[in-house]
Every structure is written in structure tokens, then in C-alpha cells.
Design a protein around this ligand. Structure first.
Ligand SMILES: Cc1cc2nc3c(=O)[nH]c(=O)nc-3n(C[C@H](O)[C@H](O)[C@H](O)COP(=O)(O)OP(=O)(O)OC[C@H]3O[C@@H](n4cnc5c(N)ncnc54)[C@H](O)[C@@H]3O)c2cc1C
Length: 421
């Protein structure tokens, strides 16, 4: 039903046509013109409905994102209007309930969409995925008043959201966070700072994990803070290796008064809410890596078919054929794991948390290796900014670090193996 809504909305949106530069054209038209071998086709095994919204997402990526992805990266443009167009297709609140403006799709559907979108721009899609996670947290843990207040504007992307967990002194050990919220009448007085916040400074709604009680995870609550609140300020925009189409800033709270009515869930439930958000976030970010890897396999294949050395195309080198075959195999294995984890999370299965961690660990590592190998196959050209492959490499490198580092993923998986019976 919701997918039908997305498709109906898609028909109402004019997908613009752009004059694409020499290399963009070479890169992205080749992906579309040459077709995709069945063995790596991301639509294989999907329902007709899933294939339809996957196509909508691929078309949006090709027409509305890919032509701009290099410029957004170079000029560090946060493409608000492009994202609002994506929201018109239902991509602002993909797994948010329809009664507050969401598309009501499943985690698997969401993964399919983020994989397709990220072929057009990983960085922008990754921000959209964080925004979706925040909207889902409010939809799931908020009361009706909170859901109605925040979710419709987030799903339409009239407003944008940020997820605020990390602090300068607490990264992997997130439960040691120090930002404090002291109850005073019908408000919390928030003090502290958050580091590395995606969208920070340019977004409107901040989902903040803060300490209302004692040490450890049980002392943490989750507050929703709106831009414009006195005492809320931002650090300088960070200069990053990738993810340049979205700003990253510190978020600073100095005696910010946040209404108690903006607390999601009960006091002390904030860490659980944050981790539940991240389970889906990990599938989403892995899906963004998949899209980059998918595009990079096709770019490598196309380059091998046209580049000649030693009197023949690179595609005649068995060494490179084997590399391409390995890349394709890693891609498909990664996709299978992401989709398996998405289904487990959707069904609330007991293996869901571990599978989400496994997917994040395996897929972000393997997809980085695929993109990096594709760059290698491009030789010196792969190192030029005229070629998209270097941007996929730069953009997905951080997926091994954020939403829980891949070392933290190993901790979660090992804990499950050693403590569950
Ligand atoms: C571009 C970008 C965007 C981000 N966006 C957000 C955001 O929107 N919201 C948000 O809350 N956070 C965000 N983050 C923060 C991100 O989640 C953290 O950087 C990440 O959790 C790691 O924390 P840290 O950087 O403090 O590293 P640390 O925790 O200091 O870890 C350093 C290294 O040591 C390893 N390590 C630490 N402890 C152990 C151990 N016990 N055993 C083995 N290895 C260990 C880590 O895995 C890592 O490799 C973002 C980060 C970046 C770079």
C-alpha cells in the first residue's frame, strides 16, 4: 500500500534531465546502457512491487543525484532540495508509519531503496538514512502528540533531523556519555556537547541522548531538541575525507531548556532507544556501502572492456577477470547478508541484533575492498576526481567507523556467541 503511494507520488514528480559532463556521462551512462549481469542484478528475487520502487530509486539516483555528486562533494553542498524531492517519493520516512506521513515500508524494502539511491551519491543517501533513523525513533518511541508534532515534517523533509550520541570523550563507549539533563519544573536543562554530528548546524531537529540519572546506560534519556532553542550552538564545519555533501559539526548545549514533553520514552530508556535506532541504522549504512560497491563493480567492468594495454583490453587479463569475479562474489554475499539481517530485524527475531552487527561489519569491510579494487583496476585514472570510483572509496570508508565501529560490531557478535545459549 505504502509502496503504491511512493510510486504514485513518483509519477507526480518530474525527474529532470541534466547535461552531464564528459566523465559523468561516461561513468553513469555506461552503468545504465550496458545492463547488468543476472548474477549481480540487485532486483533478482524481489517482488514486483519491490522491483518497482527499486526502479524509482535507481532512476532518482541516476537523474537527480549522480549528475551532481561530484559537485556536491567538491563544493560541500548539502542538497536540501534534492532530498526534498526524494521525500516526495516517500524516502524521507521509509519505515515510518503512514498515519504520520511515512511510507510504512519494511526494513528489507528500505535496504533496497538505500542501495539504489547510493549509486547516485553515497554521502547524501547516508544522511537520508540517518534522518530516516531519527524519524523512526520518534515514530516508535514517541507518544501520539510527539509523533504528530515531528514526524510529518520529517517525512516530507520540510525539516531535517540529526542523531546525537557521540561526545568528545565517549565514542565507542557511548554509554559513558556526560551531557546532562537536569529536571527543573516542566523542562530539562541540558548541558554538554556532542561530536561528529551529521547534519549538525543545518538541521532542525536534534535527537539527543543525555544523562538524567546515574552512571551507565540506565542513566540515559532521549530528548528531542529544536533548532533555535536558546543555548544551542554548533562547532565549525569539519573538513572530511568523504561524506562531503553533508555537514558534520559539534553540537553544544549551554543551559538549553527542553520541555519534558519532548522526552522520548521514560527516563532511563534513552540508551535502549539509541541502540534500537542503530540496529536499523547499521543495515541502512551497509546498504549505502552496497550501492557504492555495485556501481564500482560495473565501473571496473566497463573500464576493463575499453582500456587497452599490451595490445589488448584489460578484460583479456585473467588476473583482472579473477579480481572482477571476486568483487562480484563479495558484492552478492554482502547483499544476501544485509537482506537477511533486514528480514530478521523486521520480524523481531532473536538473532536480529547480531545479524545487523554482522551485516554492518562484513558488508562495510567487503564493499570498501570492492570499491578500492575497482579504483586499482582504473589505474591512475581511478585516482582522478574526474572518475566517480574515487568518490565511492572516500565516501564509504567512514562506514567502517560510524554507527558503531567495526571493532564494536565484533564485540556485539562475540558477546552474543559467548553469553547466549
Ligand atoms: C563523518 C562522521 C559522521 C558521524 N556522524 C555521527 C552522528 O550523526 N551522530 C553520532 O552520534 N555520532 C556520529 N559519528 C561518530 C561515530 O559514531 C564515532 O566516531 C564512532 O562511534 C567511534 O568513536 P570515536 O571516533 O570516539 O573512536 P574511539 O571510540 O576513540 O575508538 C578509536 C578506535 O579504537 C577502537 N576501539 C575502541 N575501544 C576498543 C576496544 N575495547 N577494543 C578494540 N577496539 C577498540 C575503535 O573501534 C576505533 O577503531 C560520526 C563520525 C564521523 C567520522
Amino acid at each position: 500500500m505504502a509502496a503504491v503511494k511512493a510510486l504514485a507520488m513518483a509519477r507526480g514528480v518530474r525527474l529532470g534531465s541534466y547535461s552531464i559532463g564528459r566523465n559523468r556521462s561516461l561513468i553513469f551512462n555506461s552503468v545504465q546502457r550496458r545492463g547488468i549481469a543476472a548474477c549481480i542484478d540487485p532486483s533478482i528475487g524481489l517482488t514486483d512491487e519491490q522491483k518497482e520502487f527499486q526502479k524509482v530509486a535507481f532512476d532518482f539516483a541516476a537523474n537527480e543525484m549522480a549528475p551532481h555528486m561530484a559537485e556536491w562533494d567538491l563544493k560541500e553542498i548539502f542538497p536540501l532540495e534534492a532530498m526534498r524531492k526524494a521525500a516526495q517519493l516517500g524516502f524521507g520516512g521509509i519505515y515510518v508509519n503512514p498515519d504520520v506521513g511515512g511510507s510504512g515500508l519494511s526494513r528489507l524494502d528500505t535496504s533496497i531503496i538505500f542501495e539504489a539511491l547510493s549509486t547516485g551519491c553515497v554521502s547524501t543517501t547516508a544522511y537520508i538514512s540517518i534522518h530516516n533513523m531519527c524519524a523512526w525513533m520518534i515514530d516508535t518511541f514517541g507518544n501520539n502528540e510527539q509523533r504528530e508534532k515531528f514526524c510529518p515534517d520529517l517525512c516530507s523533509m520540510r525539516k531535517f533531523a540529526s542523531y546525537c550520541l557521540t561526545e568528545p570523550g565517549s565514542g565507542s563507549d557511548a554509554a559513558s556519555l556526560l551531557t546532562s539533563a537536569r529536571l527543573q519544573g516542566d523542562h530539562y536543562i541540558l548541558n554538554g556537547s556532542k561530536a561528529f554530528i551529521s547534519g549538525g548546524g543545518d538541521t532542525d531537529v536534534y535527537v539527543v541522548m543525555c544523562r538524567t540519572g546515574g552512571k551507565g546506560p540506565k542513566g540515559i534519556s532521549c530528548l528531542v531538541l529544536e533548532k533555535g532553542t536558546p543555548g544551542l550552538s554548533f562547532g565549525k564545519k569539519e573538513k572530511k575525507v568523504g561524506w562531503n555533501s553533508q555537514p558534520t559539526r559539534a553540537v553544544i548545549f549551554e543551559d538549553c531548556a527542553v520541555p519534558v514533553t519532548n522526552r522520548l520514552g521514560a527516563e532511563g530508556e534513552g540508551f535502549t532507544i539509541a541502540m534500537k535506532g542503530l540496529n536499523g541504522g547499521r543495515i541502512n549504512i551497509a546498504s549505502c556501502s552496497l550501492g557504492a560497491a555495485h556501481a564500482s563493480v560495473l565501473l571496473a567492468r566497463d573500464h576493463m572492456c575499453v582500456r587497452k594495454q599490451f595490445g589488448e583490453t584489460l578484460s583479456n587479463s585473467q588476473f583482472l577477470q579473477f579480481k572482477l569475479a571476486e568483487m562480484a562474489t563479495k558484492l552478492v554475499a554482502s547483499r544476501l547478508l544485509v537482506r537477511q539481517a533486514a528480514v530478521a530485524l523486521q520480524e523481531g527475531r532473536p538473532d536480529a541484533v547480531s545479524l545487523c552487527s554482522m551485516a554492518k561489519l562484513f558488508v562495510t569491510d567487503e564493499c570498501f575492498s570492492i570499491c578500492n579494487q575497482s579504483l586499482q583496476i582504473h589505474g591512475g585514472y581511478g585516482y582522478l576526481k574526474d572518475y566517480a570510483v574515487q568518490q565511492y572509496v572516500r565516501d564509504i570508508r567512514v562506514h567502517q567507523i560510524l554507527e558503531g565501529t567495526n571493532e564494536v560490531m565484533r564485540m556485539i557478535i562475540a558477546r552474543s556467541l559467548l553469553t547466549e545459549s
